[in-house]
Design a protein around this ligand. Structure first.
Ligand code: GLC
Length: 527
């Protein structure tokens, strides 16, 4: 088998936020049976999107303090989402359709209700004490360091029972596991094997930057002089020199990669962050220090960069240049933690963005609902929590509650659903969903889009343009990031328009090209 035939080298991944996808049990919360019922939408049905892989948000038993990212049992399914046999059924049915399944693996922390933590907190000396990070207070009783929790406040919580603090890089209900302890690593690798043995095709590995921190000795994080309280969360008042991205991060990731390597055709995507794009070295580390044949980091620049041709051109070109050999780029433009794509850049640009995402190399990841142009939910204050606007229920049709549930949805459905829903968009030739389906179809039939090299060229400051070229095919992609028409020379003599974001007659391109406002265009060149 040639390396380019590994499924993960070009798979289009669809992120399913299960709570909000489809509710088969009518309790207002989406579930695994709901995903099974909607498999036709994803792949193998008459009107499918035809995606290649799904990434399922955490469905493990959890008190849901962080909607499943607080796991109280790593080897089961929360009753709200189904049972282990529902999961097996989902996996079997997905595989029957040729759909790969990635599950979310949350290694950095468990729930405080996990049996490991319950034992750990009981006494200062018990076999699980060192599975978490416990430290004495300072002489004045205050936390051991000034480290901050990503979600606000100190990263340390005093546990009165034993008079020590435990570390939680996220919520206090998410105590950090102590990855410096080999027993913890062994236990977590067993968890990986549990899901890989069941047959999952890969893992999305959560919050890897916090796995390693400087624990011995402990030191305060320095203040960040660039911190701007008006625009940044208090978390960013410190430079996290000691509380994350520690010296063992890649050692731990390599251990995970070794588990992945011991199964055929499996892959892991790591959730890592750079805070500035000049941090290209960070990406490079993820591709050199962890086996790139089984692992790749998410590239989140498409979420953080302003929607301008310059910033997208810059990060894509720089990033593509740093890739080597079989490195798999993993691009995404949205996820369950960030404001929705269409809210950030607008609905017209969201069409251009679809062409961008699905004509880039590697593994593009679509966040469920972005293919419909969903925007952030506007919620009443009492309904609105951190990050809920981007997690509202998926609108399936124009029935009550958007066809998501017959119960009361856990978050309100979008008021736009009578028009903005999957069924309506499937029937409309000019809808965003139809555009996504056409792009997926084009990609699946194109060797150049799946495996070809990426070579950028410049035609206009407001246009991102690149070739995708394989031995048998050459395509040119043009993306007009502006809201005005642009006429430009093209760097080839003749081409055939294959796909446009705009409904118009596709024609031949010779020497010059006129792009409508926000138009995305794919052109085939004679090879
Ligand atoms: C990741 C997840 C986010 C979660 C956090 C803690 O950033 O994407 O949803 O809250 O990790 O697990």
């Amino acid at each position: 088998m040639t390396s380019s035939s590994h499924w993960f080298r070009s798979a289009v991944v669809y992120q399913i936020y299960i709570r909000s996808f489809f509710d088969a049990s009518d309790d207002g919360v989406g579930d695994l049976a709901g995903v099974i019922q909607k498999l036709d939408y994803l792949r193998g049905g008459p009107d499918s999107l035809n995606i290649d892989a799904i990434w399922l948000s955490p469905f493990y038993p959890s008190p849901m303090a962080d909607y499943g990212y607080d796991v109280s049992n790593y080897r089961d399914v929360d009753p709200q989402f189904g049972t282990l046999s529902t999961f097996r059924e989902l996996l079997a049915q997905a595989h029957d359709r040729g759909l790969k399944v990635l599950v979310d693996f949350v290694p950095n922390h468990s729930s405080d209700e996990h049996p490991w933590f319950k034992v750990s907190r009981q006494s200062r000396h018990n076999p699980k004490r060192d599975w978490y990070i416990w430290r004495d207070p300072k002489a004045d009783g205050s936390p051991p360091t000034n480290w901050l929790s990503v979600f606000g406040g100190s990263a340390w919580e005093l546990d009165p029972q034993t008079g020590q603090y435990y570390l939680h890089s996220f919520l206090s209900k998410q105590p950090d596991l102590n990855w410096a302890n080999p027993e913890v690593r062994a236990a977590m690798k067993e968890v990986m094997r549990f899901w890989l043995d069941l047959g999952v095709d890969g893992l999305r590995v959560d919050a890897v930057d916090w796995l390693s921190k400087d624990l011995d000795p402990l030191a305060d994080d320095p203040l960040d002089p660039a911190y701007d309280p008006a625009t940044q969360k208090p978390y960013y008042s410190l430079r996290h020199l000691h509380s994350k991205k520690g010296s063992q991060e890649f050692t731990y990731l390599r251990e995970m990669a070794e588990v992945i390597e011991s199964y055929p055709e499996r892959f892991m995507i790591t959730e890592m962050h750079t805070h500035q794009w000049d941090d290209a070295k960070t990406y490079r580390n993820f591709y050199t220090k962890v086996d790139p044949a089984v692992s790749a980091p998410f590239n989140f620049e498409g979420i953080f960069s302003p929607w301008t041709a310059k910033s997208f051109k810059d990060f894509i070109n720089d990033f593509q240049k740093l890739l080597k050999g079989d490195d798999v780029p993993v691009y995404c433009l949205g996820n369950h933690d960030k404001s929705r794509l269409a809210s950030r850049i607008g609905r017209r640009a969201a069409r251009t963005a679809a062409v961008l995402l699905l004509t880039l190399p590697g593994m593009p990841v679509i966040y469920n609902g972005d293919e419909l142009g969903m925007v952030d939910g506007e919620m009443r204050r009492e309904e609105k929590e951190d990050r809920t606007p981007e997690r509202t229920p998926f609108p399936w049709n124009d029935h009550p509650q958007a066809g998501f549930t017959s119960g009361t949805p856990w978050l309100p459905v979008t008021p736009e659903y009578p028009r903005l829903n999957a069924a309506t968009q499937l029937a409309e030739p000019s809808s965003l969903l139809t555009l996504y389906r056409r792009l997926l179809d084009l990609r699946h039939h194109s060797e150049a889009l799946q495996h070809g090299r990426h070579q950028s060229f410049t035609v206009h400051p407001d246009v991102v343009s690149y070739f995708r070229e394989s031995p048998s095919q050459k395509l040119a992609v043009f993306l007009n990031f502006s809201d005005h028409e642009i006429t430009t020379q093209v760097p080839f003599a003749k081409g055939e328009e294959l796909l446009s974001t705009h409904s118009r007659t596709l024609s031949e391109v010779t020497h010059t090209l006129t792009l409508r406002p926000h138009e995305g265009l794919v052109v085939a060149l004679p090879s």
